[in-house]
Design a protein around this ligand. Structure first.
Ligand code: HEC
Length: 172
């Protein structure tokens, strides 16, 4: 039931009647939330940067990558194994980073996500590419031949399932 009781602080001369009170509150809240945002940003970058808590360093491309069941987590998790050469050579950190930057440009320029998904994001016309490397088709090649097999497919797609991937004129 509405009452005519004055709200504490709102009476003439009360703290809530003073605009400085509200201004100070707004400034304090903005400063506090800016600090929270900065801390979250720094923390997130630490986790999602290559070599961070959840992303292996780029040199992971020099290793065998598996996907094994983890009994403690009750799910499959990526496993970085022994050294396994991609295209017959070892890549240092900056070379690996350069290749990955180039790969991102290829993925953007050819709009792979118009047909494919990465981590479930994208279109559902073609298979998810997050673990395409572990597709039984490519696993049937020995580790050191798998990269070459996939490159040949990307330059000249052939039928592996029920839709045909178009030739996107990708060169080496
Ligand atoms: C116009 C649609 C389309 C675009 C764009 C496209 N793909 Fe595909 N892709 C397909 C289809 C369809 C298949 C499945 C082929 C099959 O099953 O025969 C496929 C299959 C693949 C596979 C094999 C997947 C697996 O699980 O074995 C890879 C790898 C792949 N594409 C990579 C790419 C990359 C990288 C790009 C961008 C540079 C790309 N695709 C762009 C349609 C597309």
């Amino acid at each position: 039931m509405p009452t005519d009781e004055p709200v504490p602080g709102r009476e003439a001369g009360g703290y809530a009647a003073d605009p400085h009170f509200w201004r100070a509150g707004a400034i304090a809240a903005t400063l506090f939330m800016s600090a929270v945002l900065a801390i979250l940003t720094v923390n997130t970058l630490r986790v999602i940067s290559p070599g961070g808590a959840q992303v292996p360093p780029y040199q992971v491309i020099n290793h065998h990558i598996g996907y094994e069941y983890d009994g403690a987590k009750h799910e499959c998790v990526p496993e970085v194994g022994a050294q396994e050469l991609l295209f017959g050579r070892v890549y240092d950190e900056s070379h690996a980073a350069g290749l990955i930057a180039k790969g991102k440009l290829v993925i953007q320029s050819r709009a792979c996500m118009d047909c494919h998904t990465f981590f479930g994001n994208g279109a559902y016309y073609a298979p998810d590419l997050t673990k395409a490397w572990l597709d039984p088709l490519w696993l049937s090649y020995p580790g050191e031949k798998r990269g070459e097999a996939m490159v040949n497919f990307l330059m000249n797609p052939f039928h592996v399932g029920y839709h045909l991937m178009p030739n996107l004129h990708i060169n080496r």
